[in-house]
Design a protein around this ligand. Structure first.
Ligand code: IMP
Length: 192
């Protein structure tokens, strides 16, 4: 069994990613490895943040590791909130305020196209590799559903007539940005 350090202390993400990677991999968290401080993510792109977080962990632990970063990119807003998705409306991770601001900024907009994009950076033996997952969809003009988190109640993926917040976790993972990026990572790791 191979140990990989994943740059999250979020139990939900850990379980989700662990399920896709399967039993050949054990995932450790930063806390498991003595990294208790907040890992910096100060770069202007998703790629930059994923690399910064993975590199930070690798430098502190010397372990093979990976980090992810996700953003919602809205066409009519020139790709915003993008890398600022967590802190769109406030300094904290206030999902309700973020959703209100997004609706306000899209009020009356005919073009509702948006996509979620996840970038994963893997560092193995010091070498970096990036994996991307994208799901295209659109933003509703009101919230629907109460599953999931973040912008889920506003986002309807292409080919569906329900938001992510109206889907089960399995349904969402099958098409989601994060699910796709993690399956690419898993495909690479298993194919070696
Ligand atoms: P993170 O990089 O995974 O922490 O994601 C940054 C921000 O993007 C989160 O705080 C959410 O606002 C948003 N986000 C990421 N993934 C999702 C998702 O699957 N559904 C809804 N919002 C998400």
């Amino acid at each position: 069994m191979k140990k990989l350090l994943f740059a999250t202390n979020n139990a939900h993400k850990l379980a989700e990613v662990g399920a896709v990677l399967g039993p050949a991999y054990t995932l450790a968290t930063p806390r498991d490895c003595g990294v208790t401080e907040e890992i910096p993510e100060t770069q202007p792109t998703l790629e930059g943040n994923a690399r910064q977080k993975a590199r930070y962990l690798y430098e502190r632990t010397g372990l093979d590791c990976f980090a992810d970063d996700t953003g919602l990119e809205v066409a009519a807003l020139g790709g915003a909130p993008g890398v600022h998705s967590a802190r769109y409306a406030t300094d904290g991770h206030d999902f309700a305020a973020n959703n209100r601001l997004l609706l306000e900024n899209l009020r009356g907009a005919a073009d509702r196209r948006a996509r979620f994009r996840t970038v994963i950076c893997l560092i193995e033996g010091g070498e970096e590799r990036l994996f991307e997952g994208i799901v295209e969809g659109r933003i509703l003009d009101r919230e629907a559903g109460c599953e999931g988190f973040g912008y889920d109640p506003l986002f309807v993926p292409d080919g569906f007539d329900r938001t992510f917040a109206e889907m089960t976790a399995e349904e969402k993972n099958a098409v989601s940005h994060r699910g796709r990026a993690v399956r690419r990572l898993a495909g690479y790791l298993h194919g070696k």
